[in-house]
Every structure is written in structure tokens, then in C-alpha cells.
Ligand binder design. Structure first.
Ligand code: ZN
Length: 147
């Protein structure tokens, strides 16, 4: 899902939550948009290239190629902040620290927007998502060479 949709959803949620969190809503918006930084981190990790523009074009081209051919290099399918393990870690931090409770709202919004978007695309004739939802599963498949 494109960052503009995460921003829009976070903005709407933040307006509704303003009476509760006041300026804390900016943390919700920030985390809801910038959690996608993991796409860039994955790109940097595999390509050894820090150029943000190159990363953006790489993912746009990658998505278009996948939609057209159904083929994709799955090693780029892990986005560390979009895994069940990170969701679990974030949940634990939110139970312990009040600051993480506010961040968790933005994080959960982003996470479930992505999930909803992928399910919606799939059930409307789109291709199956190749995103890896588990870090452990990804590392296991990578080591076995079955990724
Ligand atoms: Zn995302």
C-alpha cells in the first residue's frame, strides 16, 4: 500500500483520537507512515545501495514485473517491521511502556491496512502476496534454499 493511504488513514484516526492523545497523535501518524522504511532497509541490505530513489524505482518496477509475469525475487519479500515477530515484540513493549501504546496504534493501523489491502487484491483477481509474514519462516526458507 502506498504511503499516501497510510497517511490518510492515520490522519483520520488521529483526528478521532485527538481528544485522548492530543499531540501524541503525531506519533501515530509518524509510525503509520514510516514503518515502511523496512522496504528501504531490505533494499539496502541486498543491493548495498543507499540511494532512496533507486530503491523506490526498484520496488515500483518489481511490483509491475510481478503483476505482469508472476515472477519475483522473493529475497526482497521480507520487510522486518511487517512480520508477526515484530508485531509481537511491539505488543509486548506496548504492554510495558505507555509511549509504545500510542505508537502501537499507528503500527497496528499500518499492519492491518497492508493485510486488508493484500487480501482485497487477492480476492479481486490480483496475485497472491509474496510478503513474508514471519522472520523465522523467511530465515528458514533462505537457509534451505526454498525461498
Ligand atoms: Zn507497509
Amino acid at each position: 500500500m502506498l504511503p499516501k493511504w497510510h497517511f490518510l488513514a492515520a490522519l483520520i484516526l488521529s483526528i478521532m483520537l485527538w481528544p485522548i492523545f492530543k499531540l501524541g497523535v503525531f506519533a501515530i501518524i509518524f509510525i503509520a507512515v514510516f514503518i515502511d522504511i523496512d522496504h528501504y532497509l531490505t533494499y539496502v541490505f541486498w543491493k548495498k545501495d543507499f540511494n532512496l530513489t533507486n530503491a523506490y524505482h526498484f520496488y515500483i518496477k518489481r511490483g509491475a514485473t510481478y503483476r505482469k509475469t508472476g515472477k519475483i525475487d522473493k529475497k526482497y519479500s521480507l520487510c522486518i517491521f511487517h512480520t508477526i515477530e515484530f508485531l509481537l515484540l511491539f505488543s509486548i513493549l506496548a504492554l510495558i511502556f505507555k509511549f509504545f501504546q500510542i505508537l502501537f496504534i499507528g503500527y497496528a493501523l499500518h499492519f492491518f491496512q497492508d493485510l486488508f489491502s493484500e487480501f482485497f487484491c487477492f480476492f479481486n483477481g490480483g496475485r497472491k502476496s509474496v510478503r513474508k509474514l514471519s522472520l523465522i519462516g523467511y530465515v528458514y526458507q533462505l537457509r534451505k534454499g526454498t525461498l
